[in-house]
Design a protein around this ligand. Structure first.
Ligand SMILES: *Cc1c(COP(=O)(O)O)cnc(C)c1O
Length: 308
């Protein structure tokens, strides 16, 4: 099957967002989450050229890494099923007797799940680890954690061209900073890009982005930054304000945000907008990068901090 024909980019509508309190800017969400039921959001753009390359080079199996609730694991499992690759997921941490909803879905798509201890998982970039993978699994196409590599930058660099309105800023959530890097590359110094780190103490993301952009374009640009303030305590950490905000946004707009990525990003946009950061009358396009699959796995924790 033609790899690009299964996603429908025309479904990625631009939707204006209403906030609980008025803001002096216009904010739209670019609904990349709607392009495919499972291989959606930024994960499609990160995988696209990897899938094409794996197919061209004759690979039959994709192998990748992720946490037990990973959107990337979920999307890779679905992409494998859709495009006829076998998939292997190397999952960080101990095996649990019952699969969580993410891994349950992945297994249903045919993904073979392997658990990797946290200490081994940290070694996954080392050549010895890669050798071990090839000796155990044969000739597999390895996609790094989060799907982040040069082909992912190439794919995400196409996102700005999909935005069908004039705008001043693109904003996006940052986990590894591949997506924000691709967006910066795609804009070639035009407009402004603002990433939001979803991890605590994530200044390394600025370095990652700068390196990714230089590797891909041979240039550096100064029209971007990554805000490090809206991590809510760390990766997948949440509080009551965040959960309430996500709920309000859903009620007012019918848009479901996840508490790990897009919820934090849009909270940051809202907070900065109210404080006059963007300037009066500006237009902001916030990328809805998907991630709704992870909500199920976060529900317990969300109940602990507030109603949702
Ligand atoms: C993976 C993910 C991100 C982070 O993307 P990076 O390219 O790793 O920065 C953002 N939003 C959602 C919903 C994701 O699943």
């Amino acid at each position: 099957m033609n790899i690009t024909s299964v996603v429908d980019l025309s479904k990625a509508v631009l939707q204006q967002v209403e906030f609980p309190q008025p803001v002096p800017v216009r904010v739209f969400m670019k609904r990349l989450d709607l392009i495919h039921p499972y291989v959606s959001g930024n994960k499609w753009f990160k995988q696209k050229y990897n899938l094409i390359k794996a197919r061209e080079d004759g690979y039959e199996t994709l192998l990748t890494f992720g946490g037990a609730f990973s959107n990337h694991i979920y999307a890779t499992a679905a992409a494998g099923k859709e495009f006829g690759f076998r998939t292997i997921g190397m999952i960080r941490g101990e095996e649990h007797f019952r699969l969580n909803p993410t891994l349950q879905f992945a297994a249903e798509q045919g993904m073979q799940i392997h658990y990797v201890t946290r200490s081994d998982y940290r070694k996954k970039h080392l050549p010895e680890f890669t050798e071990w993978i090839y000796s155990k699994f044969g000739n597999v196409y390895i996609i790094p954690e989060g799907g982040t590599n040069q082909l992912a930058i190439k794919g995400t660099s196409e996102i700005p061209s999909l935005i069908e309105t004039d705008f001043d800023y693109i904003t996006t959530a940052c986990g590894t900073a591949a997506t924000v890097s691709g967006v910066i590359c795609g804009l070639q110094g035009n407009k402004k890009v603002l990433g939001f780190a979803v991890l605590r103490g994530a200044s390394f993301l600025l370095k990652n982005a700068e390196q990714n952009v230089r590797a891909f374009t041979g240039k550096t640009f100064s029209n971007w930054s990554i805000n490090l303030e809206y991590h809510f305590g760390g990766y997948a950490k949440i509080n009551r304000d965040l959960v309430l905000f996500i709920r309000q946004i859903e009620e007012m707009n019918g848009v479901v945000l996840d508490p790990v990525y897009t919820g934090k990003m849009l909270f940051g946009v809202y907070d900065l907008a109210r404080n006059g950061f963007f300037g009066e009358g500006k237009t902001i396009v916030a990328l809805h990068t998907g991630g709704q699959q992870g909500i199920e796995g976060m529900k317990m924790r969300m109940k602990e901090v507030g109603p949702i």
